[in-house]
Ligand binder design. Structure first.
Ligand SMILES: *Cc1c(COP(=O)(O)O)cnc(C)c1O
Length: 411
């Protein structure tokens, strides 16, 4: 393994370099990209497997791990993770199909997301998975569907907590939200649930995403468990699923450092004791998306042109925001910052310069690196954007300007 330094970012570990060329899954990216002829997302499956192993070693054994597949729904990645973790979280009928095709155990698949259509709820009921209800409407439809299919739909209540995960990339709890049912309404919803022919599974409380501060994560986990214990007093049957969300972040930007797991371990150890004492049947579950996959993926595209505009160097590539919206800074960033970017076939080059990497789209938003220190590059060279295994291709406006699609290779 080589440690790859990019401009001011946390060092990239885990990939090898062959004679100055980045390798993913042991294969040189220049060869891989030349063979494809278009930009590509390259995913290293061994890094994903290793991440699961490391996480299991770093957290209490009693904590269950779920993969939120919207982070990267590539079927081979979902298949790999379905096998390696304890359950999958899905957010649409299509993701239900992907999870089932990947061999996910329906017992441990849960379906969250606002605005579930009746057809999607029907798919969840027939698949036998848990639906995390986000409204009373979903509860009533599920009860009807269960009667039609002569089964008791499995239901968890997604709670909108009265708090949020502090300093998160994206806040998804607290205040007014389209997500979940406000905690103060949950007792009433549980009373209605008890009257219906459905099976109560537990709670889903998700309060935020992309957090690198252990203290903030620990505080949210503690508040979440306390809230679940309080709400469980109103439940018609024991809590079996206690999904406390995730929010584990990865270092994307200059100054970010990897999440420290030790304080989270210690906090979860205490919380597991508490849950075991009060909710003995509950599986305490973390649902993580990006943490499993982000660092295993690299997006690569080719330099088409090199221009100097009034002193500033632009490397114009065949890739851009139509493939990788997040790296362009337009997927939830408030102030645009650079992802770790390098010239993949010139790793370790001594000749560097400040350059911007842009795509071919007719918008100044199509920016993959803004004035970064990079090895000096020419047309034909390969740009690599690290930390690209999550929220990449499927989170991008692929049809915009009708350029060729990127490919995805799991290596
Ligand atoms: C998106 C999402 C996740 C995954 O978030 P990451 O930041 O990728 O870990 C987990 N749970 C829910 C409910 C989500 O919507």
């Amino acid at each position: 393994m080589t440690i790859i330094e990019t401009d001011q970012h946390a060092p990239i570990e885990g990939f090898t370099v062959d004679d100055g060329c980045l390798c993913v899954g042991g294969q040189r990216v220049d060869t891989l990209i030349a063979a494809q002829g278009v930009p590509a997302y390259l995913y290293d499956r061994s890094l994903i497997s290793q991440r699961v192993v490391t996480l299991r070693q770093s957290l209490p054994q009693r904590v269950h791990l779920h993969y939120a597949i919207k982070a990267n729904p590539h079927p081979e990645i979902v298949t790999l993770l379905a096998d390696a973790v304890d359950g999958l979280d899905v957010a649409s009928a299509r993701e239900i199909d992907i999870a089932m095709a990947a061999g996910g155990d329906p017992e441990h698949i849960s379906f969250a997301g606002p605005g579930k259509r009746a057809t999607e709820l029907a798919r969840a009921v027939s698949a036998g998975i848990i639906t995390n209800i986000e409204s009373v409407r979903e509860l009533e439809i599920l009860a009807q569907l269960g009667q039609q299919q002569s089964v008791r739909p499995r239901i968890a209540v997604r709670v909108n907590p009265p708090f949020q995960l502090k300093t998160s990339g994206m806040k998804m709890g607290g205040g007014s939200q389209q997500f979940g049912i406000d905690a103060e309404q949950v007792p009433q919803v549980l009373a209605r649930l008890a009257e219906l022919p459905v099976e109560f599974s537990g709670f889903h409380i998700f309060s935020g995403s992309q957090n690198l501060r252990p203290d903030a994560l620990c505080e949210a986990q503690q508040l979440t468990v306390d809230l679940a214990i309080e709400l469980a007093r109103h439940a018609p049957s024991p809590v079996r699923l206690l999904n406390i969300g995730g929010g584990f972040g990865v270092p994307y930007f200059p100054g970010d450092t990897p999440l420290e797991l030790k304080p989270i371990h210690d906090n979860l150890e205490r919380l597991c004791d508490k849950v075991e004492a009060v909710l003995p049947e509950a599986r305490l579950t973390l649902e993580l998306g990006r943490y499993f996959v982000a660092e295993a993926g690299v997006y690569c595209c080719t330099v088409i042109d090199r221009k100097v505009s009034r002193g500033q160097v632009f490397l114009v590539t065949d890739g851009g925001l139509h493939h990788h919206l997040a790296a362009s800074g337009n997927f939830g960033q408030v102030i645009r910052k650079n992802y770790p970017v390098t010239i993949a076939n010139r790793i370790g080059a001594t000749e560097t310069e400040v350059a911007s990497v842009v795509g071919p789209l007719c918008t100044p938003l199509d920016l993959l690196a803004d004035r970064m220190s990079l090895p000096v590059a020419q047309p034909g060279d390969i740009v690599a954007v690290f930390q690209s295994g999550a929220y990449g291709l499927t989170a991008s406006p692929r049809g915009f300007l009708s350029h060729p699609e990127a490919v995805e290779l799991v290596l």
